[in-house]
Design a protein around this ligand. Structure first.
Ligand SMILES: [Cu+2]
Length: 156
């Protein structure tokens, strides 16, 4: 194979491995900010976590899973109000509409983190992996913090 053919050959394969659309998608990264986990007495095996998720792209993207080596399971929940009753509903996914931000907070969308592998105290850091419907994974370090506002305990 001469040099020119080798060149064309490699471009051809590069195109197969990395179609130009894949580059465009890669550039549109969902960003996660202000993530934290609420400190709880060590006897509590279910912790609440929060994060802000920003989708800068022109299409809606869903958070479809969260995983961590530090917890047995992580779910997406939303508080639902029925008159004076508040209950939590597990969400299969959390849609972040195009060019918008979802603000998780006590009383709205939140994460429920089950069975921490070690006792967690303020300023401890755990690593969470957020998986999105566009195939993108975002790994972030999340700090455990004391809740500042009044405590909305979770009853399971
Ligand atoms: Cu919950």
């Amino acid at each position: 194979m001469n040099k020119v053919n080798l060149y064309l050959f490699s471009i051809f394969f590069f195109q197969i491995l990395f179609p130009s659309s894949a580059f465009t998608d890669e550039n549109i990264k969902v960003s996660i900010s202000d993530a934290w986990i609420s400190e709880a007495p060590t006897i509590v095996s279910i912790l609440a976590g929060y994060a802000n998720i920003h989708n800068p792209s022109k299409t809606s993207i869903s958070l479809i899973a969260i995983s961590s080596q530090d917890f047995s399971k992580i779910e997406i929940h939303r508080n639902v109000f029925n008159g004076e009753m508040v209950s939590m509903e597990k969400q299969e996914s959390l849609e972040i509409p195009a060019k918008s931000t979802i603000l998780m907070s006590p009383g709205d969308f939140h994460l429920m983190l089950f069975n921490p592998s070690k006792p967690l105290r303020s300023n401890d850091i755990v690593t969470l992996v957020f998986s999105f419907s566009n195939g993108h994974n975002e790994t972030i370090d999340v700090k455990v913090k004391r809740r500042h506002t009044e405590d909305h305990s979770h009853h399971h």
